[in-house]
Design a protein around this ligand. Structure first.
Ligand code: MN
Length: 202
C-alpha cells in the first residue's frame, strides 16, 4: 500500500514488533512505530489540514521543496514530513531474516566506493556515532556517487538533492530501552537486521 499523499496514515510494518528480537526489542519497535511515527503522522496531517495546495504535493515533493513552501508552514512540514519519511525509510529496510551483507550490484557499488563491506560498516558506524543529539546516518547517492552523510533532527537528504539508499535512526528513542546510552551497541545490533534485499542502487 502506498500513502504518499494527505491524509497520511500509519502503515503497518512489514513484520511483527517482536520479529527483530534479540537485536531490536519488541517494546522499542512498538513505541517507535505506534507512538513516535504516529505522532509525526498526526502532526503532519494537522499542519496540512488548512492547506489544500500543499495537500496535493506528495511527501517527497514537500521535502524536496521545503524552501519554496509558505514560510509559516516550513518548520512544521520539515519536522513532521521529515519524521514520516525518515521513519518509513528506516522501518522498511529492516528484516528478521537479514542476509547480513549486500549482494550483486549493491555489493559491487559498496566495494567500489568504500573498498570493502567491512570498511563501509566501520565508516557508517563512525558516522552514526558522530551525530550529536538526534538524527540519522545515511548511505546516499550524491552526484552519481555513493556517500555516507548524517542529518540532524528530522532533516532528510531529499532537500539536499540526494537519493537515500539506507538509514539508521540514532534518536535515543530508537535504542534507549535496550541499550541505554550505548549507541554503539545499538548500531552493531542494527547491522544484523538490515534488509539488504530491499536496498536499491540505480
Ligand atoms: Mn525515530
Amino acid at each position: 500500500m502506498q500513502n504518499e499523499y494527505y491524509p497520511f496514515v500509519n502503515l503497518p510494518l512489514p513484520y511483527d514488533y517482536n520479529d527483530l528480537e534479540p537485536f531490536i526489542d519488541e517494546k522499542t519497535m512498538y513505541l517507535h512505530h505506534n507512538r513516535h511515527l504516529q505522532t509525526y503522522i498526526d502532526n503532519l496531517n494537522a499542519a496540512l489540514k488548512m492547506c489544500p495546495t500543499l495537500q496535493k504535493m506528495s511527501l517527497t515533493d514537500l521535502l524536496q521543496n521545503l524552501s519554496s513552501l509558505p514560510s509559516e508552514h516550513e518548520k512544521a512540514i520539515r519536522n513532521n514530513a521529515g519524521g514520516v519519511y525518515n521513519h518509513r525509510f528506516y522501518f522498511d529496510r529492516l528484516t528478521k531474516s537479514s542476509t547480513l551483507k549486500p549482494e550483486g550490484i549493491v555489493s559491487l557499488a559498496i566495494n567500489k566506493y568504500f573498498n570493502s563491506f567491512e570498511n563501509f560498516k566501520r565508516l557508517f558506524k563512525e558516522a552514526a556515532l558522530s551525530v550529536f543529539g538526534s538524527g540519522y546516518a545515511w548511505l546516499v547517492i550524491n552526484n552519481n556517487r555513493l556517500c555516507i552523510i548524517t542529518t540532524a533532527n528530522q532533516n532528510t537528504p531529499l532537500e539536499l538533492g540526494m537519493k537515500p539508499i539506507l538509514t539508521i535512526d540514532v534518536w535515543e528513542h530508537a535504542y534507549y530501552l535496550k541499550n541505554y546510552n550505548m549507541r554503539a551497541s545499538y548500531i552493531d545490533n542494527w547491522f544484523n537486521v538490515v534488509n539488504w534485499e530491499k536496498i536499491e542502487i540505480n
